[in-house]
Structures are given as structure tokens and as C-alpha cells.
Design a protein around this ligand. Sequence first.
Ligand SMILES: Cc1ncc(C[n+]2csc(CCOP(=O)(O)OP(=O)(O)O)c2C)c(N)n1
Length: 638
Amino acid sequence: MVFDIPRVTSGNTFCWRCGVCGVWWWGTSLGGKSVNYQDKASDIERQAVTSQYPMTGNEAIAQGAWEAGVKVAVAYPGTPSTEILEALGTYPASDVDAEWGTNEKTSLDAAIGASFCGARAFTAMKHVGLNVASDSLMSQSYIGANGGLVLAVCDDPGIHSSQNEQDTRLFARFAMVPVLEPADAQEALDFTRIAFDISEEFDTPVIVRSTTRLSHTRSLVRRGERLEHEDKSFIEDFTKNVIIPAHARIRHPQVIERERKLGVYFDECDLTQWHEGPSDVGIVTVGPAYAYVKEILPDATILKLPSSYPLATGAVERFCASVERVIVVEELEPLLEEQLKVLGIAVEGKEFFPRAGELSPEIVRRGFEAAGVLETSASATPLEAEPMARPPVLCAGCPHISSYLALRNINARVAGDIGCYTLGAIEPLQAIDTCVAMGASIGNAVGMAKAGTETRPIVATIGDSTFLHAGIPPLIDAVYSNVNITVMLLDNHITAMTGGQDHAATGRSLRGEVTHRIDFNEICRAVGVKWIKTVDSYEIGAMTRTLREAVEFKGVSVIISDRPCVLDPVKLKGEALAVRTDKCTACQSCMNLGCPALSWDDEMYNGYHRIRIDPTACVGCAMCSQVCPVDGIHPVAQ
Ligand SMILES: Cc1ncc(C[n+]2csc(CCOP(=O)(O)OP(=O)(O)O)c2C)c(N)n1
């Protein structure tokens, strides 16, 4: 029994799934400092300065890119960076060609191409996205930039919505690419705008590093006008643009020299701020950590750096020589601290401030207490109120549910992947055995099959966006190696996890225009998959039967589980269902779905709680009625 679900509302969600946006924010104002807009890398000044406007860090980055005259912007979504491209897509198409890329590398490659042709170009990604894009970044660092080339990379300290906590600043140093680290939304705008100038002046890609806290919180921003640039053209320079060994050998020393020059630039520029105070302790800090320091020690002597790499060595040495004791406060890795130690400066830091997790005013205050900079008694009044925990669950009516019920039914060994469907790993579905990185599931399944130790059927589950991102090459491997695996392509017609972005298989562009729609069936067939079947995700029985058939097939089989997400691009709400108390035997079968619309009723039957359905949450998918053995769940009206 399947009921059709009408679409009743439209509109996009604002990245609510990560559970971060709702977290309280302490409204740090950066101590009322005034930003000096003079940029020594260029003679560009802000033109008309309009009144202040509340913006998230992500919106401010988009505004900064637009003001800088960006012409081409391509990005793949990923919390907390997603809204940057979404915001850029609201500026006139005649100003900026903004579009989703299939993954972070294709996005960066497109930006690089535009930069080669002299346009200012931009991409944005979450921290782990840089791993995907890094192959091109490492080369482009040697090649440099013709049109300004800027990457906004958003880290996730505290792992609110990611698979790890890697620090992009280390990547920047590894790639020898300068990284600008704004502390608030105003700086997010200013630093992004300046990043384009730095990119062109120093012939380098530039990273603007944000964090979840900065990206997703709002503060007042002064906006400027867009600066239009004369289009430059392609620069014919074979030794620079074509990075073969002979050319790379010439470029590497030049990149090392660029590092030195950038250090001098950061040393002299007004982005580096020295806040005068008592000379017993000096704090060296960077990025959002500055806001916490300023809130806890408003009158301290502080060196606020715009960048951890390349280091403003001169400013650091002068500052450290002027104070008796130096403490570094930075979020995540001790990058500044280690560089200061290499300079021979006696410095403290990570012994007081954690290397793992997000900083907060309270954590920074405790660090200063441990360092003896603040009296311990100050912690008598805690600053933090704990936000209420909100455990992640699949939505009511989520089409992924049936795939995991079917996988449990056949007792499969499941290589999972990253998306909403990763939630199939937790109770009550518990149907995923591994999850590594975007697009890893199919490759992992290939390896499991090759290992030859697995007696259970091997299945990879992968979402539609993830399949396009990195799932096609491993599917080719699977066919090429002729392994016995089944791929469940969970096609909910959207990139749901990150808030509902379009991709090449939705047939819509960033700006909502109709474009070519990739056909998964055709792709699978084209790479040589011989067994492909599409199943309506709401048909639990059909899903299990098809899965049994698929795993019997010798070779690679693909099931496309097909139903749109209930939330994006439009919210779906059908007639709610209700449990008939005259029939319910409290067997708990429906609770295996993990549907958040179902809960235990106070009424008992044979010592067990009966089930009730929240009619406001129920979308009428009827999956619960399909698993009810006594036909006890019906639409409310019946
Ligand atoms: C390398 C990388 N890029 C981006 C992300 C952010 N991210 C997590 S899941 C996901 C997409 C999931 O979409 P889809 O595969 O369609 O599954 P759905 O969430 O719709 O079920 C993205 C972009 C990530 N974790 N890693």
C-alpha cells in the first residue's frame, strides 16, 4: 500500500540538518575595533560604503567575492561552506557565473581554468573537500594565478557535521598557499576581497579559511560596491602554465621566494593588529580564536595575525620581544606555536588550550586560568549554557528507510557512504558496517569482495550526489574487476544532507534553471553494469525481493532506490496515518523503521506500549503500514 504524497510547501532549508545553526552564539563584537580598509597589496579602496547589514560569515565571503569582481564561481556543497555559493547565486548572473560542480576538484579545476583566462575565479568547500581538490591545488600553487584565484575553505572544529577535524591551515602550508583567517563576518568580507588582490599580486591561489562558528553566525557588516576589472587575457607562458618536471623544478624555488615575500607583506600590512596592554603577557592569536581572547581578556596585549601561513615573522619577533611571556591561542593544531618555537621564541599554548575540539569563551577562560593569567575564582560564574542535544535521525517518510530494512532482511555486509543515508548506521536500523569518506563505499565493497573472507552478500550504499561526486570511478573498478557486489544507489533526487542542493542529476542549476539531467541508468550501463533495476523506495516488499535477486547475480548489480526526499526541493506532506488501537498488538514492528513520527503510547497491550503516530510529523509514506502484521495502520480519515 503506497500513498502518493502531494507537495505543499516550497522553499529551501538553511542548513538545519547539521544541528549547528541553532546553537547559541555569544555575539562577540571583536571589541569594537575599527578595521583599516587600506590594503597594501593593491591600491583598491572601498568605494561607496553602505550602511551596516547583518550577514553570516558565509554570506560575507560571497559579498567579498562579488565586491572583488569575481566572474566565475564553482563549488560543491559541504557543511559549513554550502551557503557561500548559494549566496553568490543570488547576485546578478551578468556579474558572476555561479554553478555547482560535481565535486571539489572539478570545481577548483573550473576556477583554475577561468583564472588562466584572466577572470577572477572562486571556489568554496568544506575542509575535507580540500582533500579532494588538493591534487590540482598542489600543482596550481606552482603555476600561480592570472585572474585572482581564491578558495574559501570552511573547517569544522568540534566536528558538528563532518567526518574529521582537520585543520586547513596545515594544508595551506603543505601546498605553500597563503591562508587568510577572518575572525568575524566583516573580516570574512574584507579578507575575501583582499584575497583576490593578493592572489594577483603574488601570483598564487589564496585560501580564505572560515570555521563553522564564523560561517553560520551573523554580525553587522559594512558592504561596498563591486569593483569591475578589465578582462585580462590568457598569458602565453609555456614554462609556467604547463607544469611538467622541467618547469616545476624552476617554479619550486620561486614559490619558496613567494612564501618569504608574503611573510613580509603580512608583517607590514594593516591586517596585522597589535593591541597594546600590559607587558607581562602577550597573546598571539589568529582567526575566530581572537574573538574569544578579546572577550575574556579585553585589555590584554594581543598580536592578531591575519594569517598563520606565511608567518609575519618580523611582527611576531618584535611583539614577542616586547613582552615577558608569550601565549598562543589558536583553534585546532599548534601551527603558529610551532613556527614561533622554530624562531627560538619561548612560547606556551597547547598545554593550556585544547588541540581537539572547538574553542569557546569558557574554554579560553579556563586556559588562561590554568596558565595563571586569570584568577581561578573567575570560573565561579560559568559563561556557557549547554545547548539541548538533538540526536540526528532520518526524517519521517525518508525514502532511505526501506533500503536499510531490506539490507537487514538479507543480512548483508554493508559498505556505507556519506549523506543522510549514513543515519542507517544508528539504531534502530543499524544496517551499515563501514563509512569512510565521500564515494568510498563502492571501492570498499570491491576490496571486501577481493579479500574473499566475507560470507555475507556485499552491498555498497551510496546517495545520488555522492555517486556523482566520487562513485563512478570505483563502479568502473568493480566492473573491470568483475567482483560480486551490489550497489544500492539511493536516489532521492537532491543533495539532502547539506540542505537540498541541486546536482547534475536533478536537471536544475544553482539558479533554478532547467539543464541537462544525468540518467543514472545510462551511466551504469555505459560503464558495463549488466544488472540494473529501479525500485520505488516506498515499496518495502519489492525492495527486499529485488535486493535478493541482485545479490544472487554473479558480477556487479545496481539497484536504484528511487523517491524524492520529503524535504527538498519542496516539503512533501500527505495525509497522516494513525494506529488503530483495536488492532495494534504492540508488536513493535513499525518501530524498526526509526521513523520520528512514531512513538510509544501510554496505553499498554500484553505488557508492551502500543504505538502512536504524530499526525503533524507523519507525511503519509505508509511504510509503517506495510510492515504492520495486523493491518493496524491506516490514513486518519479511514
Ligand atoms: C569530500 C566531501 N565533500 C562534501 C561533503 C559534505 N557532504 C556530506 S554528505 C553530502 C552529500 C550527500 O548527498 P547524497 O549523496 O545525495 O545523499 P543524501 O544526503 O541526499 O541522502 C555532502 C555534500 C563531505 N562530507 N565530504
